[in-house]
Design a protein around this ligand. Structure first.
Ligand code: GLU
Length: 549
């Protein structure tokens, strides 16, 4: 009776009961075993690579059969920024992560388990706290900040567990009369859980990533509702993940220490607890100490996801990399299934690193090179066009001036069995294609070391005479071999190796001289294709210029 009166005193205008909400948000009708996951950021607008990773893991866990939703945890108004939700939504979308349900912007959402923004759910939290008060499992606490600070000091001095519990929980058994009097006097209060935990109690649970974990049971009378009536993270987590029918809570492992509180909340609320998967932070090798540390927003540019867009790492490549660090067996799978969609890979939480995967830009670059090598010329053109429009106007102007020409450049050695892996990010494209454009070609040439200047000139003069812009691919190298033989070079490396004193070098060196004359470089994709793309006039002009220089 006393509890009922207390609950009415604290929540006079709450007219719905937990049973009503249970009915409004029934268990989801999904395939047997389908998982429901969520990503639940604070709307700070800033997407850290670690958060992107967490969202990726949640979305991959739900997979094709499950539901992955976005919940906005905006109960801490201090951390909020304007249009933070849109910032997060777009941030995820840029990497192809589009939740099935949840917040879409500051004012829109999709799905029937909402509202998906915590600040719009106070009426729901209040109904559940009201019930706990009614059951004698929660109470109003009028302790002031000063009182709490004093208790903390005392606990520190006595080296006992800090917090409000047992003898420190001054208002645990407050009467309705006292509560009424204090409220009437305008005193502020929070609502606390009356923790049923025992000091000697232990809990254990199986974390999907970390395995079995055992910890002391929670004995703290933690805050459920703050003075302004908004929920704490702990309480909102229990109510939201229950009503949104989350099956797997994937979140940062800084929350492991709160699991005893969470399991207790699920129990007192009569909810089935979700499965937990605590993700270790992404680590980085520290350049100074050579030790491992967390990827840091302050020290590492790659911690902000804007880094990837600016550098021009395709989102598909970043996804490949995310999966590589999520499940270390992914790389082998990818090697064996080069063209399969990542969706076919059997992602497993249990295969994630317990201690924290290591972020490695070199590896990312490598993964990205492989990824880009699988794109066709159209895809490359479109991606470079979009990237350069934002980040490199000069490149953008060049490629869009003659899209057909740019397409043929990007077609070189693409779409064949072993495509080249020259490009790791779009910011490398300008340099990669520079020699195709007179505007970018600086005339500097790196020559093969083992051919003298005189031989070089002779080779190029003669090549100008025999060069046929309309020649077929299969005739190109034989012609270079002819030229080689005529100018005292061997036709093949082997021939040269067998009798190094008889030759000046071999046909490969001759091709190198032509390559350097035309492109300025010693290493390029297929030279015949390059020359066909450049066209006869430009090839001749480049060779002439190389001779005269
Ligand atoms: N809002 C919490 C955070 O940003 C989310 C933790 C969770 O996923 O439960 O850390």
């Amino acid at each position: 009776m006393e509890n009922l009166t207390m609950s009415q005193l604290l929540f006079p205008s709450v007219d719905k009961t937990p049973a009503d909400y249970e009915e409004m948000y029934p268990p989801r009708a999904l395939k047997e075993g389908a998982k429901v996951t969520r990503f639940s950021p604070s709307p700070t607008g800033f997407l850290h690579f670690g958060s992107l990773f967490a969202a990726f893991v949640a979305s991959r866990t739900a997979g094709q059969d499950g539901v992955f939703y976005l919940r906005i945890e905006d109960t801490d108004k201090k951390r909020e920024v304007e249009n933070g939700v849109i910032g997060m939504v777009n941030g995820l979308k840029a990497f192809g992560i589009v939740p099935d349900e949840g917040a879409l912007s500051e004012s829109e959402e999709r799905g029937s388990y909402g509202p998906y923004t915590q600040s719009m759910r106070n009426h729901i939290y209040h109904a559940y706290v009201k019930k706990l008060v009614e059951e004698g499992l929660a109470y109003p606490c009028f302790m002031t900040e000063e009182e709490i600070a004093e208790i903390r000091e005392k606990q520190e001095a006595e080296k006992v567990l800090p917090g409000i519990y047992g003898e420190y929980a001054k208002y645990r058994d407050i009467t309705v009369e006292e509560a009424e009097r204090r409220i009437a006097a305008g005193e502020e209060y929070v609502v606390r859980l009356k923790s049923p935990g025992k000091p000697e109690g232990r809990i254990s649970f199986k974390d999907e990533i970390k395995g079995k974990i055992e910890m002391p049971e929670n004995i703290l009378d933690i805050v459920l509702l703050k003075k302004d009536g908004t929920p704490t993270y702990h309480f909102a987590h229990a109510v939201d993940d229950h009503l949104m029918r989350t099956t797997h809570v994937t979140r940062g492992d800084e929350w492991i220490s709160s699991v005893p509180i969470h399991l207790q909340l699920f129990r007192v609320l009569g909810f089935k607890a979700p499965k937990y998967a605590h993700i270790a932070p992404i680590m980085k090798e520290d350049e100074e100490t050579k030790g491992k540390r967390k990827l840091s927003k302050r020290k590492d540019p790659e911690a902000a996801v804007s880094f990837y867009a600016e550098a021009g790492y395709p989102s598909g490549a970043v996804n490949e990399y995310l999966m590589t660090i999520a499940n270390s067996n992914y790389e082998d799978w990818r090697r064996a299934n080069k063209t399969e969609s990542m969706d076919k890979f059997d992602f497993k939480l249990s295969k994630m690193s317990k201690a924290g995967a290591l972020f490695d830009v070199v590896k990312l670059h490598d993964v990205s090179k492989t990824y880009i090598s699988t794109l066709n010329a159209d895809e490359v053109y479109n991606a470079v066009e979009a990237w350069s429009a934002e980040y490199n106007k000069e490149l953008h102007a060049l490629i869009t001036a003659d899209p057909g020409y740019a397409h043929s450049i990007f077609s070189i050695e693409r779409g064949n069995k072993k495509p080249r892996k020259d490009i790791g990010k779009w910011s490398e494209v300008k340099d990669y294609i520079a020699y195709f454009y007179d505007e970018l070609f600086d005339g500097e040439r790196e020559w093969p070391q083992n051919v003298s200047e005189a031989d070089r000139k002779a080779l190029l003069e003669r090549y100008l005479e025999i060069y046929d812009p309309d020649g077929e691919a299969q005739d190109w190298f034989p012609q270079v071999q002819e030229l080689a033989a005529e100018q005292g070079f061997a036709r093949a490396p082997k021939e040269y190796k067998n009798a190094p004193d008889e030759f000046k070098g071999h046909a490969g060196d001759v091709a190198g001289v032509i390559r350097a004359a035309v492109t300025g470089r010693l290493n390029t994709p297929d030279l015949y294709s390059i020359m066909q793309t450049l066209g006869g006039d430009k090839v001749r002009a480049r060779i002439r210029e190389a001779i005269d220089k």
